[in-house]
Design a protein around this ligand. Structure first.
Ligand code: IPM
Ligand code: MN
Length: 366
């Protein structure tokens, strides 16, 4: 089997973490009969510098012809002054729209070995395992009209959702919940917003197709609080684009570092995988970024796009082992931990992953 992946390293720490993601796939290629063929293309600020646009046609073309796309991060302060449509972030948003993945899965898990890294008490975060399902192609991010008025004295964005947009992402959330603890918390602001009233009505209707899954509704302000006070009560959190953007970063507090969070954008023509942390220009180029969000994104890719469930589980177990052995990157540093670089962390995970693959495929790599 051949699996074609377009790798978009992007900006800031993106290239550093993307390298570690590719390392994992390369190791896997040595064992399985699946050959991962990676093609690298520019996106975001890197693409503006090279081609004058954040999403060049050749990048999009390669992504469209791939089995999946892996993106490091986009965003660079030097382009902050550009209009919205020319910023590095516009490249990412255009890519998401072009590939069509409308359901953005963002797991936030508390790992016992790093529970102390959360500012929340261990007793509070312990056992937390949340899957955010964020609608990714609608709402304020994409709906028209948007802009500034002629005098730039006011600005406006549109929050709009169609029933179909809500239905399709809700189904993904219920299906994910079926594989987990069978509970969906749908988050909205139905006490104020019409879009949320449509959202709530639609999710309630779709829930009838999944009688084995429990549905609850929660207002977004209340959800923001419950995520901190009782994170373990959540299983799948389903919500619209902007709420999901905000709440999934809050989810990082449960895990202990934004650097740990992975994501998958599914449901479209080509699935897109990216760590949640963004380009982090303040620490770029120092070799200290946490590659585990990128590596967990690879695990999601193996599971959701490559049909390699066992290998995905091995990779996640390999990361847990490395954390249990006391290794961490700078963002997770605590007394008694051994802080390693981005590359060292990638190597540690690779070693353990290879050990597991070795047992699974029971022959030695050359
Ligand atoms: C994210 C990011 C992006 C978003 C930005 C970089 C456009 O914050 O993936 O969460 O808002 O979706
Ligand atoms: Mn975000």
């Amino acid at each position: 089997m051949r699996f074609k992946l377009t790798v978009l390293p992007g900006d800031g720490v993106g290239p550093e973490v993307a390298r570690e993601a590719v390392r994992i796939l390369w190791a896997l290629s040595q064992f399985s009969d699946c050959e991962f063929v990676c093609e690298e293309k520019p996106v975001g600020g890197a693409a503006i510098r090279a081609h004058g646009t954040p999403l060049p046609e050749s990048t999009l073309e390669s992504c469209r012809k791939s089995d999946a796309v892996f993106l490091g991060a986009v965003g660079a302060p030097e382009f902050d002054h550009l209009p919205t449509q020319q910023k590095p972030e516009a490249g990412l948003l255009a890519l998401r729209a072009a590939l069509g993945g409308f359901a953005n899965l963002r797991p936030a898990v508390s790992f016992p070995a790093i529970a102390e890294c959360s500012p929340l008490q261990r007793s509070r975060v312990e056992g937390s395992d949340i899957l955010f399902v964020r609608e990714l192609l609608g709402g304020l991010y994409f709906a028209q009209p948007r802009g500034f008025d002629a005098e730039s004295e006011s600005a406006f964005n549109t929050m709009r959702y169609s029933t179909k947009e809500v239905e399709r992402v809700a189904r993904i959330a219920f299906e994910q919940a079926r594989e987990r603890r069978k509970k969906v918390t749908s988050v909205d602001k139905a006490n104020v917003l019409e879009t949320s009233q449509l959202w709530r009505r639609t999710v309630t209707r779709i829930a009838h197709e999944y009688p084995d899954v429990k549905l609850e509704h929660m207002y977004v302000d209340s959800c923001a609080m419950h995520l901190i006070t009782s994170p373990a009560r959540f299983d799948v959190v389903l919500t619209e684009n902007l709420f999901g953007d905000i709440l999934s970063d809050e989810g990082a507090v449960i895990t202990g570092s934004l650097g740990m969070l992975a994501s998958a954008s599914i449901g479209g023509a080509v699935d897109l995988y990216e760590p949640v942390h963004g380009s982090a220009p303040d620490i770029a180029g120092q070799g200290i970024a946490n590659p585990l969000g990128a590596i967990f994104s690879v695990a999601m890719m193996l599971r959701l796009s490559a049909g390699m469930q066992d290998e995905a589980a091995d990779l996640e177990a390999a990361v847990r082992q490395v954390l249990d052995d006391g290794f961490c990157t700078a963002d997770l540093a605590r007394p008694g931990k051994q802080v390693v670089s981005t590359v060292e962390m990638g190597e540690l995970v690779e070693q353990r992953f290879v050990g597991m693959l070795d047992r699974r495929y029971s022959y030695h790599a050359v």
